[in-house]
Design a binder for this molecule. Structure first.
Ligand code: ZN
Length: 296
């Protein structure tokens, strides 16, 4: 088992992968389908996505398990298969990554809110625990708790990872820019507040994903860096802010644009860089070229 923190020693910058959701839809996933079931029914398609990102130069790839919590899978009546589908997700990405590249197990929020009482802390913990055990047994190098907005739910997921695995834990939140220019999650959590709470919970790496292109991420990373913690920062950025064009959602930032902004993101304090919605293997390849020059 490799340590991401060790790989980052001496200021080395690591490259993560690009978006999975849009890629799965491009391969034929339909609205209303369960993406995690594809680890079984469309294994070769999932493997191809993972391999394409490795071929593009990623040092680490995610797993097709973002919606793999027991609570999310219950929407498809697949809650009894939570462990199994997550284990499959990890095995597919591990096959693509081999022994030389890292696999980070994706864990997304459940979509249920503690605040409104629709779910209890115990239910959340159990839901994440089974998912994380599947990812662990499928061979991931780290758990990546991502796209979170509520610190309470995130801390429960972090605890489920720390108490049931020996591997590193990454946690990233999604922020939107408010009219006053500040960044907040949909629950009103600011980047510095996230960073402090999540560092206290004992994560190894924290950061931000989705919701912004590199421009917004540069500002968010600066805010995280203002806190006391010196943990490594991971950024999975969208290819810019989505715009609607002829009834279709377009992500405007080209691979060249993301490559151009990469040095500023590193300057702000990012240690691991990758993509989220709208990013493709071409984006990852373009960022690879920039990172290679910086790592020299
Ligand atoms: Zn995204």
């Amino acid at each position: 088992m490799k340590s991401i923190k060790n790989e980052l020693l001496n200021g080395k910058i690591l490259l993560s992968d690009g978006g999975w959701g849009t890629y799965l839809y491009a391969k034929g996933l339909q609205m209303g389908d369960c993406p995690e079931l594809w680890n079984e029914t469309h294994r070769s398609d999932v493997l191809e996505i993972a391999k394409t990102y490795i071929d593009a130069g990623a040092d680490m790839i995610e797993t097709n398990s973002f919606g793999g919590s027991k609570i999310k899978l219950a929407q498809y009546n697949l809650e009894d298969r939570t462990y199994e589908l997550n284990k499959l997700a990890a095995e597919v990405s591990r096959e693509a990554a081999g022994d030389s590249k890292l696999v980070i197990g994706s864990v997304g929020p459940t979509g249920k809110f503690l605040m409104t009482g629709e779910v209890t802390e115990e239910e959340l913990y159990e839901s994440f625990k089974i998912q994380i055990e599947g990812l662990r047994d499928g061979g991931v190098d780290a758990i990546c708790i991502e796209t979170f907005y509520d610190t309470q739910e995130a801390v429960i997921a972090v605890n489920a990872a720390k108490e049931n695995t020996d591997i590193e834990v990454i946690t990233t939140f999604t922020f939107d820019k408010a009219v006053d220019g500040s960044y907040n999650t949909m629950m009103g959590v600011k980047p510095a507040e996230m960073a402090e709470t999540i560092a206290d919970a004992g994560v190894d790496i924290f950061g931000t994903n989705c919701g912004n292109g590199f421009e917004g991420m540069i500002e968010i990373v600066k805010e995280i860096r203002k806190t006391n913690s010196d943990l490594p920062i991971l950024v999975h950025a969208n290819a810019g802010l989505p715009i609607e064009e002829g009834g279709k959602i377009i992500y405007p930032d080209s691979p060249e644009r993301m490559a151009e902004l990469t040095p500023q993101l590193i300057e702000a304090g990012a240690n691991i860089i990758g993509g989220c919605c709208g990013t493709s293997p071409e984006h990852i390849r373009a960022i690879r070229a920039v990172i290679d020059k910086i790592n020299l």
